[in-house]
Design a protein around this ligand. Structure first.
Ligand SMILES: [Zn+2]
Ligand SMILES: [Zn+2]
Length: 284
């Protein structure tokens, strides 16, 4: 009797864990596309346009990827581009160290604001168009409750194994893959473009981050919806944007022209001194 009950419990837990393991990539992809396509390429850089209902859908998926709400993320990211690698860059590893760069910036509003030259946490001076929309204000003020509601639903549906995999393990994987771009793609990799910062292209980060690891391309041409410029530079987020354009949902898709590319000096011979002097000039 005890053995049979034990076997039933074990079977139930195994099923829960097995299904939970399917949930991690499924929900992980949803959340990551929400950040790469929704938060980053759409909101931060306005690389293309979507109908409002679809914009809000992708952004809402992003709100479940543990990168905080769109206002905070977009404001911080625009400052990262504006002050790249200077003391004002809110997420640069050289000034703040690994752990702050990895996750500390997500928890310290006032420090992030001070770094960017804002008066106080919550000013969000770089996102007036988001502050003007009720949806983004709503997400900002109620952010905590959205992942909490999802966690509750997951728990009610599958119990603790689902919760552990779909929220715990997924949170760790999704966040760490996103963070790779911040600290690996400003340290290791190739620099085909002479952008005034330390950004690099890193193929394995690109694979894990749905194309965001072609970060030197991105810093060189921030408005481009496509980050992997070469055929061999696989960029899954761009593939999805291309599909949305094909079916008529994505419009005004921004790509660098040949003239833009010619203006950027090719720098395979990479002059580190040149980059450093540019970075110093940008420091306040
Ligand atoms: Zn960067
Ligand atoms: Zn960016």
């Amino acid at each position: 009797m005890t053995n049979r009950k034990g076997n039933e419990d074990s079977t139930r837990n195994t099923v829960g864990v097995g299904e939970g393991m399917v949930l991690v990539p499924e929900m992980g992809f949803g959340g990551r596309f929400g950040v790469t396509l929704g938060y980053h390429r759409l909101l931060c850089h306005r690389s293309f346009k979507l109908p409002k209902w679809l914009e809000y859908f992708f952004v809402y998926c992003g709100a479940h990827a543990f990168q905080r709400d769109p206002m905070f993320y977009v404001n911080t990211h625009r400052n990262h581009h504006k002050y790249s690698d200077t003391n004002r860059d809110p997420i640069v590893i050289a000034s703040h160290g690994f752990w702050y760069c990895n996750m500390g910036w997500l928890f310290n509003n006032d420090h992030v604001a001070k770094q960017c030259g804002e008066l106080r946490g919550g000013e969000y001076s770089k996102v007036p168009e988001l502050k003007a929309q009720w949806f983004y204000r709503f997400l900002h003020y109620t952010y905590f409750w959205h992942p909490t509601a999802l966690a509750t639903l997951v728990y009610l549906h599958g119990g603790f194994p689902y919760l552990a995999w779909a929220m715990g393990m997924r949170g760790v994987v999704v966040h760490q893959f996103a963070s790779l771009v911040t600290y690996v793609s400003h340290v290791w990799g190739d620099r085909p473009w002479n952008s005034p910062d330390t950004s690099t292209n890193n193929w394995w980060v690109a694979m894990l981050s749905l194309g965001e690891g072609w970060h030197n391309n991105h810093h060189a041409f921030p408005r481009s919806a496509r980050h992997g410029f070469e055929d061999w530079q696989f960029d899954l987020t761009w593939e999805l944007i291309k599909f949305l354009e094909l079916v008529g949902l994505a419009t005004d898709v921004q790509l660098p022209t040949e003239a833009h590319k010619r203006r950027m000096e090719s720098c395979w011979a990479n002059s580190k001194l040149k980059i450093e002097s540019k970075v110093e000039q940008k420091e306040p």
